[in-house]
Design a protein around this ligand. Structure first.
Ligand code: SF4
Ligand code: SF4
Length: 386
């Protein structure tokens, strides 16, 4: 990872915090910070990704602006995080995309929607876009099965590969070993922290979503979006199973498993993304990194469009509007897959890696296997004196 102005600012802030330690119980960052006296560039990347941007330390800090120390950890860490996303992105020539990802998300979405619409017209028949289609295989009469599989398989496969490569680079840079990834107890602790968003709990009463008042609003909206996303993924997986293993092509009845998972997942994503946009709009801008807000709004809007067009497709699938809505929905889904490695979506990968590293660091030290028990106790005694 590069040494930049943002990294230097974070290092200075952390040195002040390491002397102060007032916010020790707020989140995982402060206990991880106290394990270090010096902060390498990779350490700062790790701590920035461990920060969940709860803003608790900003409102609690006696050295926050307008104090001359100007300590603003949520803002500084947000800058460093965005630099880690860029530095660890794969392949390297694509790293520059992070700089313009707000515009990029909008443009790619529009181009892909238009592309899918034009492909439908060219491959099938323009009238298919406004003629009602019903019965098994109705979707494939609008967009052939092979087109859906080719584009979704390519974009999804590429996104997964790019995310794995980014994770690998981050893990290696922060001193991680491949064998540490499968250690049971730290992995369980990290998964618990990821799925509960424990670090958005602040000191216990929630975080400072919009101002100095404590709240769990952002955590709840994030849960709605995250679990909604997982339900939608489960819906697509179960639909693939129905199609390929049970021989039942979509569309499915409303009470079927794929439609129920997709409906509730879509509702969760729509409410979650709309809520997170509302929290951002109404929040105090002082602890935010304003230059990154455009890209964050663009990503939330794309996720909102993915979910809302999916629900619209469900409601209008037996009408003549189905063809156009299906093309628009698939355009947003393909854009999401393609842009995931170059948007804020990667925060899930690096934050998960940081939480696992933190869980590993908190493990009790193991006795050295190379020393006999008597020597180990002497070794410990010497260590405690030192
Ligand atoms: S953020 Fe401020 S109050 Fe909190 S530990 Fe750092 S210097 Fe101290
Ligand atoms: S903003 Fe919240 S999560 Fe980030 S360092 Fe401060 S207290 Fe920790």
């Amino acid at each position: 990872m590069r040494e930049t102005d943002a990294v230097a600012d974070a290092r200075r802030d952390l040195e002040v915090c390491n002397a102060c330690r007032y916010c020790e119980s707020f989140c995982a960052v402060f206990p991880a910070m106290t394990l270090r006296r010096d902060f390498s560039t990779a350490d700062i990347g790790y701590l920035a990704n461990l920060c969940h941007n709860c803003r608790g330390c900003y409102y609690a800090c006696q050295y926050a602006p307008p104090h001359p120390f100007n300590i603003n950890l949520p803002q500084t860490f947000a800058q460093v995080r965005s630099e880690t996303y860029e530095d660890y992105a794969w392949p390297a020539p694509m790293r520059g995309l992070f700089k313009s990802n707000g515009n990029l998300i909008a443009m790619t979405t529009v181009v892909l929607i238009a592309g899918v619409l034009l492909a439908c017209m060219a491959i099938v028949d323009p009238s298919i876009l406004y003629t009602p289609q019903t019965g098994p295989g109705a979707f494939y009469r609008v967009i052939p099965w092979w087109v859906m599989v080719l584009i979704s398989g390519t974009t999804f496969g590429f996104a997964i590969l790019a995310l794995i490569m980014g994770f690998r680079a981050f893990w290696k840079d922060t001193g991680g070993k491949p064998g540490e990834l499968t250690q049971g107890r730290p992995l369980a602790t990290a998964l618990h922290d990821i799925f509960t968003l424990r670090n958005l709990g602040g000191g216990g009463g929630g975080c400072n979503d919009r101002d100095e008042a404590f709240s769990n609003t952002r955590r709840r909206f994030h849960h709605l979006m995250f679990y909604g996303f997982l339900l939608c993924f489960a819906s697509t997986t179960s639909a693939t199973f129905y199609d390929h293993f049970l021989g039942h092509p979509a569309p499915y009845p409303f009470w079927s498993l794929p439609v129920q998972l997709g409906t509730w997942g879509g509702v969760g994503m729509v409410l979650g993304t709309a809520g997170l946009i509302w929290v951002k709009i109404t929040a105090d801008p002082a602890p935010a990194a304003r230059n990154l807000l455009g890209a964050e709004y663009a990503l939330l809007t794309l996720l909102f469009l993915v979910a809302s067009t999916g629900l619209l497709l469900l409601g209008l699938r037996h009408t003549g509007a189905m063809g156009v809505i299906l093309a628009v929905h698939l355009g947003t889904v393909f854009a999401f897959f393609l842009l995931t490695p170059y948007s804020k979506m990667v925060h899930g990968v690096y934050r998960s890696a940081a939480l696992l590293r933190h869980a590993l660091e908190r493990q009790p030290a193991q006795p050295s296997p190379t020393l006999p028990p008597s020597a180990q106790s002497k070794d410990r005694a010497a260590g405690s004196v030192a």
